[in-house]
Ligand binder design. Structure first.
Ligand SMILES: NC(=O)c1ccc[n+]([C@@H]2O[C@H](COP(=O)([O-])OP(=O)(O)OC[C@H]3O[C@@H](n4cnc5c(N)ncnc54)[C@H](O)[C@@H]3O)[C@@H](O)[C@H]2O)c1
Length: 252
């Protein structure tokens, strides 16, 4: 089940957090994994029996070069995980043009070009997974600039699923809730844990390995009838307001 032997995968942003867990998981399932990350993680990638190609996903030529590297090194490309992103929280009243444009270049353009360049090199039976966020489907105070870019990824994934269906390429999207990674912990770790414990129905923050498991399923042939979908992996947060959250509101 979920066997990836003989397949070749690219994971962008594989040098940290969810990308690392995904790279390790796909490798263990048998895929050759090429990590494209702006941060040099060549040594770590080698430890995980993966490969590394320095890539800034906000630069289309570098995304194309990353996909070329997969073909040069392994002769094929079957799986693309567009995972790299940047984030920070700011009220919309403080929205900043330069910061917003940077978010869009990395989080949206990076995914858009990742889809385009990977699909151009893929054969029927290949799969693309794009990593969005719970902020794409729920409003979060201070996360408007970032959340807008993540909403765009759902839209891109749906259109890509339609446009590439005739080539036999499936495209899906995952919206993580809150996961224990450097990105999530960079702001206010105590607050992140406390909120997640209350709002997630599972009652705790997600582990990157739990997100990687969902990616693994969607890129495997076991998901051969699933395309154009958005999967929320959020511990049930997006379902609604839990009894714990109601209790918190009443007690404050
Ligand atoms: N951690 C969470 O709670 C959470 C929640 C929702 C969505 N997400 C999404 O999950 C994905 C992974 O997040 P994470 O928490 O593992 O983040 P992370 O910060 O731990 O890792 C992100 C990786 O992306 C790389 N990266 C950043 N900019 C890049 C660029 N321009 N080109 C190439 N690589 C670049 C970084 O070097 C890093 O290795 C992101 O798309 C993020 O938006 C995370």
């Amino acid at each position: 089940m979920f066997d990836l032997n003989g397949k070749v995968a690219i994971v962008t942003g594989g040098g940290s957090g969810i990308g690392t867990a995904t790279s390790q998981r796909l490798r263990k399932a048998g895929a050759q994994v090429l990590i494209g990350d702006i941060t040099d993680c060549k040594a770590k990638a080698a430890e995980w029996d993966c490969h590394y190609h320095q890539t800034d996903v906000s630069k289309p030529a570098e995304v194309a070069a990353l996909c070329d590297e997969a073909i040069k090194r392994f002769g094929r490309l079957d799986i693309m995980v567009n995972n790299a992103a940047i984030s920070s929280g700011h009220p919309l009243a403080e929205a900043d043009e330069a910061r917003s444009l940077k978010f869009w270049r990395v989080n949206v353009m990076g995914v858009q070009m990742g889809i385009k360049e990977a699909a151009a090199r893929m054969k029927p039976g290949s799969a693309i997974v794009n990593i969005s966020s719970i902020t794409a489907v729920l409003g979060f105070a201070q996360w408007g600039e970032y959340g807008a870019t993540k909403g765009a990824i759902i839209s891109l994934s749906q259109t890509a699923a339609i446009e590439y269906a005739s080539l036999g390429i499936r495209v899906n999207c995952i919206c993580p809730g809150i996961f224990d990674t450097p990105m999530a912990m960079s702001e206010a770790p105590d607050m992140v844990h406390k909120n997640t414990n209350v709002f997630s129905l599972i009652g705790r923050i997600g582990r990157p390995e739990e997100l990687a498991a969902a990616v693994h399923f969607l890129v495997s042939d076991d998901a051969s009838y699933i395309t154009g979908q958005t999967l929320l992996v959020d511990g049930g947060w997006s379902t609604g307001t839990s009894i714990k959250a109601i209790g918190l509101a009443l007690s404050s």
